[in-house]
Structure formats: C-alpha cells, structure tokens
Design a protein around this ligand. Structure first.
Ligand SMILES: O=C(O)CCC(=O)C(=O)O
Ligand SMILES: [Fe+2]
Length: 345
C-alpha cells in the first residue's frame, strides 16, 4: 500500500504552491494541509457529530450509502461558510486559472461514513467502493480534454485516517498518453450499459461477466492506486475525471467528510447536485438570505449572484436588492461603486 501524505500550502498566502498546482494538473489530484482554519474545521465536526447517528448505533447500522447528509445551504452557518471559504475559492481559482467571480458552487455536502466488518451488504454498499469517476452524476456531457479542466472536486476531511481508516484511493495520471486516462473515459459505473453498483466485489464481478476486457483494464487501475493519508483538515483536490474510490474504514468508526465541486461559470452543463438555493429560500430560518447578506461580493458571485460591475446591474436593481436584503446586513456599496465607475449610471 502506497500512502500519500498531505503537503502544506504556502504558510503566508494560504495559496497552493507551484508543485501542488502541477500535481493537480498532471496527476489529477493533490492532498494538502493548512488550507483551512482548524477552528472552523472543529466547529464543523461538532455540528456534524450532533447531527448524525453515532458509530455503532442502531440508526447508523441502516445507513449504508451516502446521501441524507448536510447539503448547501444548511441550517448550520459554519457549514455554509466552509462551503464558500475564501481559501477553497482561491485554490480553485489557481487550478482553473479563472478569477473567483467566474467560479460557481455546484456541490457541497457533508456526510458520515460508518466502518463495518467485511461482508456483502449489497450493490449499494459504500464501504469498499469500486474504482470510478465522478463525472456521470455531475455533468450532462463528458469531461473535456485533460488540459481544459472545467471543475475542481474537493474532499475536506474532518477526521484522521490513522484513527478511522477509509483513505481515499486515487490513481495518479502518469503521462499525457496514460491509457487509464484516454478519452472517452467510459469504463466506470453509471456510463453506457454499466449499472450503478457501488460495492467493489459486486461491481468487478459484473465487469468479469459482461465485459471481461474492461475488467482487465480496471484490474490495472487497482494495481496503481495510492492512498490519501489525510488528517483532520486535510483537503483533497481532484477532478471529475480522476480515477478514485473510497476504501474500508476501521469497523465501528465514523468518518466525516465534506465534498465540494466548483465549476467554471461557463460550464453550465455541470449541474448542481442538490435541490438548490431557491428551495432553501422557502425555509423559515432564512438561511440562504442571511448568508447572501453576510458573505463578500466575490463569495456571492460563486452562488450565481451577479458580481459588482456585471452588466446585470442598474441602479434600480441595486436599490431593489438592497431593499430585499438590507435589513439582514447586505452592503450595496460595492455594486453602486462599480456602476458609477463603468459610467452606466
Ligand atoms: O469516501 C471516499 O473517500 C471517496 C468517496 C467517493 O469517491 C464517492 O462517494 O464518490
Ligand atoms: Fe467518487
């Protein structure tokens, strides 16, 4: 087993180092430490621990697959602030080479995974996952050429691998003509006629029976996997077209992880994974409205709220939006300033 350890981001700027950016661009992933403040991480851990069933509880025994976790925007403010953390946005902007205002959040969910004893628990069991790509349940199309990435996928780990196990396994891309990464990438569940089986043994048995040549291709992937030895607060940055899988946890333990995707604004074919922001604005706690009012213009733009200077704005619209959110603390000044600068007022 080859474990990969996290490397620290730049301690002063909290930006990814050149080596980290190169690792994501060439190998398809990078595991980093020091990107996120640990006090925010521990607030999120507290929120998640009180939200989800504890390990070994009867309730946890029934939770086999992910889903049913916290999704953005949640009633928990720290989860929402983590989802828009400036350092996550900054790192993504470095990787995709676009300004933060041209990023869009399309996934933010936090879910528990429970460690089980080895055994067959059906097709959908997520304990020992089959090798896969994530793109089939994110994009309507297919990821573009490797050198034109349109999204960054992220796992923020809220536990320590040494305590709970469950290292994410990743297959590093070796070169521009790596056979594992040749387009189209279709040898993964959920694509073409391949059923969506999550459990490794069951999925590989299906490939052996129906497509032995794909089974052979996939055997090579397992041989090449390396394991992310995450710590609490480590961040795995990867892609919708990076081969990876979840591996078993220590039986009886619980792992908490926060998964995110930021896409380029122009890549509208990448869908938002959750019910969406609009449905959240039906909640009596006004979680979405309060968040809109609280965060920076740059963070708002990642939710699709037009940035200062966007042609959307005129002074009537700014007045109206201020009337809507002003009582919650929304500051319209940056929008007005840009309007007068661009001379459209
Ligand atoms: O659990 C993990 O480490 C990875 C999970 C994963 O890849 C997935 O659910 O798609
Ligand atoms: Fe995945």
């Amino acid at each position: 087993m080859k474990f990969i350890e996290p490397t620290p981001v730049d301690a002063v700027s909290s930006e990814l180092t050149d080596l980290q950016v190169a690792s994501w661009r060439e190998q398809g992933f990078v595991l980093v430490d020091g990107l996120l403040p640990l006090d925010l991480v521990s607030k999120l851990v507290d929120a998640a621990v009180s939200r989800f069933p504890s390990a070994n509880s009867d309730e946890a025994a029934g939770l086999n697959d992910f889903g049913g976790g916290m999704t953005f925007p949640d009633q928990n403010r720290f989860f929402n602030l983590m989802s828009l953390h400036p350092h996550l946005l900054g790192a993504t902007s470095q990787l995709l080479e676009v300004p933060i205002s041209e990023l869009r959040l399309s996934q933010s969910d936090l879910w528990p995974k429970y460690g089980r004893v080895p055994g067959d628990r059906g097709d959908l069991d997520n304990q020992d996952q089959r090798m896969h790509l994530d793109y089939p349940n994110h994009t309507l199309t297919h990821p573009p050429a490797w050198d034109q990435p349109e999204a960054v996928e992220i796992i923020v780990y809220l536990c320590d691998e040494t305590d709970v196990g469950g290292a994410t396994a990743v297959v590093p891309r070796e070169s521009h003509d790596d056979v594992a990464y040749r387009s189209p990438m279709v040898n993964t569940p959920g694509v073409s006629d391949i059923p969506w089986i999550n459990d490794r043994c069951r999925a590989e048995a299906w490939f052996q029976k129906h497509h032995p040549e794909i089974a052979e291709f996939r055997t090579r992937l397992y041989e090449r996997e390396v394991y992310a030895q995450y710590r609490q607060g480590s961040v795995l940055l990867y892609r919708h077209d990076t081969w990876h899988r979840g591996t078993p946890l220590h039986p009886g333990s619980i792992r908490l992880a926060h998964n995110l995707t930021f896409r380029k604004a122009e890549a509208y074919w990448i869908s938002t994974l959750h019910p969406g922001w609009a449905w959240a604005m039906y909640q009596p706690d006004q979680r979405m409205e309060r968040l809109i009012a609280e965060v920076s213009p740059e963070q708002r733009s990642v939710l699709g709220f037009p940035a200062p200077g966007d042609p959307y704005w005129d002074s009537d619209k700014i007045d109206a939006v201020e009337a809507r959110y002003g009582a919650l603390g929304f500051d319209a000044v940056p929008y007005r300033q840009q309007l007068s600068w661009t001379g459209l007022n």
